[in-house]
Design a protein around this ligand. Structure first.
Ligand SMILES: [Mg+2]
Ligand SMILES: [Zn+2]
Length: 191
C-alpha cells in the first residue's frame, strides 16, 4: 500500500546534535531516542524524509560529495538501531553567500517549501496530511506554509527559538521521540 503522507524531519538539532556546518561522518552524534523515534515510524510503515538546509555547500565549507558521505554514515548509524530514512532532500544554496549557482534566492531553503514540494511530487505525498518536525522556527514555518502539521522540538535550537516558532507550530515536544509519540496519537484519531 502506498502511503499518502510522510513525516518530514529536519536533520541538525533534531536527529543529530547540531555542530555548526557538520561536514564529516565522525562529527555525527545522534540525539538520544531519535533513532528509536524513526524506528517507530518505520514500524508503522510511515515514510520518513529528511529535509535539511546545508548552506555550508554554498559557503564553500564542504562539497555535495562530503554531504553524501555524511548521509551514508547517518544511514549506517540509524541501521544499527533498526531505523531507516526513505530520502534526503537538502538545500545547498544561500541567498547572499558563496559563488556560482549555489548563490541564489531559491525556493528550497527553509522556510521555503521547495524540498517538501519536491518530495511530495516524487512520492505522491499529500502535504496537508503530512507532518514536519524541526528545532528551528524556519522548520515549523515551512511546515505550516505547506499545510502540514508542524512540530517544534526543544533539542538543538528549539529552546532558543521557542518564542519565534510559537506562531507557526501545532505542537512543542521535548525531542523527536516526543514529537513522534504526538504524531502517533494524532494518527490514531484520524478517520
Ligand atoms: Mg535544525
Ligand atoms: Zn535551495
Amino acid at each position: 500500500m502506498r502511503n499518502d503522507f510522510a513525516v518530514f524531519i529536519d536533520r541538525d538539532g533534531t536527529i543529530n546534535v547540531d555542530v555548526d556546518f557538520l561536514s564529516r561522518p565522525e562529527q555525527l552524534e545522534l540525539i538520544p531516542r531519535s533513532a528509536e523515534a524513526i524506528r517507530a515510524l518505520n514500524g508503522l510503515g510511515i515514510p520518513v524524509v529528511v529535509i535539511t538546509n546545508q548552506s555550508g555547500i554554498a559557503r564553500g565549507l564542504f562539497s555535495e560529495q562530503d554531504l553524501a558521505e555524511v548521509h551514508a554514515a547517518l544511514d549506517r548509524t540509524l541501521a544499527e538501531h533498526g531505523a531507516s530514512v526513505l530520502a534526503y532532500y537538502y538545500c545547498p544554496h544561500h541567498p547572499r553567500e558563496g559563488v556560482g549557482t549555489y548563490r541564489k534566492d531559491c525556493r528550497c531553503r527553509k522556510p521555503g517549501t521547495g524540498m517538501l514540494d519536491e518530495a511530495a511530487a516524487a512520492y505522491g505525498f499529500d502535504l496537508r496530511r503530512s507532518f514536519v518536525v524541526g528545532d528551528k522556527a524556519i522548520d515549523v514555518e515551512a511546515g505550516r506554509a505547506a499545510g502540514a502539521v508542524a512540530l517544534q522540538v526543544a533539542t538543538g535550537y528549539g529552546e532558543q527559538e521557542k518564542e519565534a516558532g510559537a506562531r507557526f507550530r501545532d505542537h512543542y515536544a521535548p525531542d523527536l521521540f516526543g514529537a513522534v509519540q504526538y504524531i502517533i496519537t494524532i494518527l490514531s484519531e484520524r478517520p
